[in-house]
Design a binder for this molecule. Structure first.
Ligand SMILES: [Cu+2]
Length: 337
């Protein structure tokens, strides 16, 4: 079998494996460094001894973003494999789909720092990372063209896997559209930490990849086991998942930047880094947590003083405590801001 005749699902799985080979070792290295730091007095992530906390963040996301595509591509490729069967015509633009998969793999290792836009790491790189991230919408858009082009004027055979293909298109569309605003630096300044991002991610990975994988399971189950699944039970399962998902997750999208994630302990500022006036988070904190007008130097100082720094709007007690600590610091620094 030549590459030109390779089923698209196989192309997807090969691409995913290559991506995993590149991405996953970064996290393994981070784990190894952590082990050395914690059990052998290493200093990879200890700034006081010349290490860097940014190193961990970068290694983590060098794995973390490509990992998204390690999960996404097999489900997508399975949908691309199934759609010609149920539209009863060949895959429209099959070559475009292959190009899309290759472009997705290539781009996905160049976007990791979009998870660190508000962290204060390398603000000058925010623009380039925004660009690479937004470029991702091109290969994913190709998948939509290929799927819709195949369904278009097809002789549709509406069996269970076809329902999952429709479900994939619907959820992945919402995941893609919400992703554009997350990749945009100014929008991300507002959306970071909000449930909007969680909802985007769920629509992409659960609504897209998982629904695609469930469709693939239904489609290949007879081949794997020699038994057909019950179509009626499967249809009930499909609608239960689709309706349940589409009722519960948009609730996270609708509040937008106001939909804060549940209160959680943030990393101490010295871990997040950033200097006064150097990054945009000063602005962000003044806007989003208007009652908490701390600039970065203050946040860093609080972090260094070893205090926890939960920025939970709801938690008035904590806010008072942090504001009081900042007042002390400001007093000590002679009111200099
Ligand atoms: Cu990412």
């Amino acid at each position: 079998m030549t590459w030109n005749r390779t089923p698209i699902f196989v192309v997807g799985v090969v691409a995913t494996s290559l991506l995993g080979l590149v991405a996953l070792p970064c996290f393994e290295v981070a784990m190894l460094y952590t082990l050395l730091d914690r059990s052998m007095a290493g200093s990879f992530f200890v700034p006081e001894q010349g290490g860097s906390q940014w190193l961990y963040a970068n290694l983590f996301w060098l794995m973390g973003h490509p990992e998204v595509y390690v999960i996404l591509i097999p489900g997508t490729a399975a949908v691309l494999e199934m759609v010609p069967v149920f539209a009863r015509k060949p895959l429209f633009g099959a070559r475009l789909a292959v190009i899309g998969i290759i472009a997705l793999v290539a781009l996905s290792i160049l976007v990791w720092a979009h998870h660190m836009f508000v962290s204060g790491w390398a603000p000058t790189l925010a623009g380039p990372f925004m660009l690479t991230t937004e470029l991702i919408s091109i290969p994913t858009g190709l998948f939509f063209l290929v799927l819709i082009g195949t369904i278009w004027r097809g002789n549709i055979w509406t069996r269970l896997p076809m329902l999952f293909i429709y479900g994939f298109l619907w959820n992945f569309m919402i995941g893609g559209v919400t992703g554009i605003s997350c990749s945009d630096v100014p929008a991300d300044n507002e959306l970071h930490g909000a449930l909007f991002v969680t909802a985007h991610f769920h629509f992409t990975l659960l609504g897209g990849a998982m629904i695609g994988a469930m469709g693939a399971l239904v489609y290949w189950f007879p081949k794997m086991t020699g038994r057909m699944l019950n179509e009626r039970v499967g249809t009930v399962a499909f609608w239960t998942v689709m309706i349940g998902f589409n009722v519960h997750v948009p609730g996270d999208v609708l509040p937008g930047p106001g939909g804060d994630a549940p209160p959680r302990r943030r990393l101490p500022a010295r871990v997040r880094g950033g200097e006064h006036g150097r990054d945009r988070r000063c602005l962000r904190h003044r806007r989003r947590d208007a009652h908490l007008p701390l600039c970065h130097r203050e946040l860093v100082a609080i972090g260094q003083a070893g205090r926890a720094e939960p920025v939970a709007r709801q938690d008035a007690g904590v806010v008072r405590a942090v504001a009081a600590a900042a007042g002390e610091l400001r007093g000590a620094a002679g009111g200099d801001r």
